[in-house]
Design a protein around this ligand. Structure first.
Ligand code: NAP
Ligand code: MG
Length: 404
């Protein structure tokens, strides 16, 4: 069989620990045998981020901006313990944060659904995609302890002129205060990314906040979304047969639980943080959650939502086989290759990515999977078998070869 040709290289961003090992296995077993892979490779292992003083992360982000599509392996975000483990000269920032900031992007998370791994909410038969605003609010707040007798105020200075808002007079008790902010430009980028992604996927878009209580702050989000929609997206949504609506977060939560799934739920930063963990758990497994960063100008970066699976890595180093689930990482590859194929008008590449996804799902549905899925798998007439990661990848490869 002739290998599938590519035109534009994909930005390949390698990472750390167990997912770095699995990354190589996926390429060897599922990609190289079938695709004449063109990639621009960036090594974001912590070792290389240290060696390049994190320049490699900035270069990778610039490459996505230039080429349009990236695929990223999970990477370590350093903490105090990693500083010692890797003899770091600096606590390098989260690569995901750096790339997100460089592309001004929004992260969309979507569960991969497989028959036999059912969601804890029985009505959810289609995926719920969550879009989380990734800038500001409490993630960039300023907090203060306020002793009894003190007073906290919000001061906004414009051209030297001060406007003061009383937050609290702590006459009766000591307390706390916090100040947070967001930017119209960032909210607008968030809105644009959400509308573009909804059009791309052909899914309805919901946006929720709490504008009844936060009549200025949250209301601003609501207004900017509506303005963007009315000005730039309304017609395209009508043509695509999809809808956009805003609702209070309380109402959204109730509707989400009663829904069948099959829509995008856009959330403010904190809501998105909490709700995406809730959805990942309810849909069955973190190892089945995909993630894509979309910029307002239509650049894409695909990855798995989980981390580097550190505990498995140390068992792997001791020579034990781990049965790390590669599915979300496979879907990062297929997401990226499919998008590359669409942009370059390469139907054979799109078909390859689609068949790889179908083969992966069919392999699990026929009873072959990693241990984490076996523990929750339940399908009539199928006895699940737990495989090592490489055995599982081989099973997918033989199914894929037949399908191709
Ligand atoms: P994690 O790597 O997601 O792993 C947490 C646990 O979830 C694992 O120990 C494992 O449970 C289970 N798990 C996750 N993915 C799995 C898979 N593919 N197959 C089977 N089981 C899986 O999160 P973490 O341990 O909190 O973080 C480890 C490192 O990853 C940290 O250095 C963190 O900075 C980094 N991280 C990176 C990203 C990213 O790059 N996007 C995201 C999150 C975390 P068992 O051990 O019980 O099997
Ligand atoms: Mg969280």
């Amino acid at each position: 069989m002739d290998k599938i040709k590519m035109l534009t290289p994909i930005v390949e961003i390698d990472g750390d620990e167990m997912t770095r090992v699995v990354w190589q296995w996926i390429k060897d077993i599922l990609i190289y045998p079938f695709v004449d892979l063109k990639s621009e490779y960036y090594d974001l292992s912590l070792v290389n981020r240290e060696a390049t003083k994190d320049q490699v992360t900035k270069d990778a982000a610039a490459a996505i901006d230039r080429l349009g599509v990236g695929i990223k392996c999970a990477t370590i975000t350093p903490n105090a313990q990693r500083m010692t483990e890797y003899s770091l000269t600096q606590m390098w920032k989260s690569p995901n944060g750096t790339i997100r900031a460089a592309l001004d992007g929004t992260v969309f998370r979507e569960p991969i659904m497989v028959e036999g791994v059912s969601s804890l909410v029985p009505t959810w038969t289609s995926p719920i995609v969550i879009a989380r605003h990734a800038y500001g609010d409490i993630y960039k707040d300023v907090e203060a302890i306020c002793p009894q007798g003190s007073k906290a105020e919000l001061v906004v200075t414009t051209d030297g002129e001060e406007k003061r808002y009383l937050i609290c007079d702590y006459a009766k008790s000591a307390g706390i205060a916090l100040g947070m902010h967001n930017l119209d430009s960032s909210i607008r980028s968030f809105a644009k990314s959400c509308f573009n992604y909804a059009l791309n996927k052909g899914l309805d878009l919901w946006f929720s906040a709490k504008d009844t209580i936060s009549a200025t702050y949250d209301h601003r989000f609501k207004d900017i979304f509506q303005e963007e929609f009315d000005t730039n997206y309304k017609t395209a949504f009508e043509e695509r047969g999809i809808t956009y609506f805003y609702t209070l977060i309380d109402d959204a939560v109730a509707r989400v639980v009663r829904s069948k799934g099959g829509f995008i739920w856009a959330c403010k930063n904190y809501d998105g943080d909490v709700m995406s963990d809730m959805l990942a758990t309810a849909f069955g497994s973190l190892a089945m959650m995909t993630s894509v960063l979309v910029s307002p100008t239509g650049k894409y970066e695909y990855e798995a939502a989980h981390g580097t699976v550190t505990r498995h890595y140390y068992r792997h180093l001791k020579g034990e086989s781990t049965g790390t689930n590669p599915i979300a990482t496979i879907f990062a590859w297929t997401g990226g290759l499919k998008k590359r194929g669409e942009l370059d008008n390469l139907p054979s590449l799109v078909r390859f990515a689609t068949l790889l996804e179908e083969s992966t799902i069919a392999t699990v549905e026929s009873g072959y999977m990693t241990g984490d899925l076996k523990a929750i798998f339940n399908k009539e007439g199928v006895t699940p078998v737990a495989l090592t990661t490489q055995e599982f990848l081989q099973k997918i490869a033989s199914r894929l070869a037949k399908a191709l």
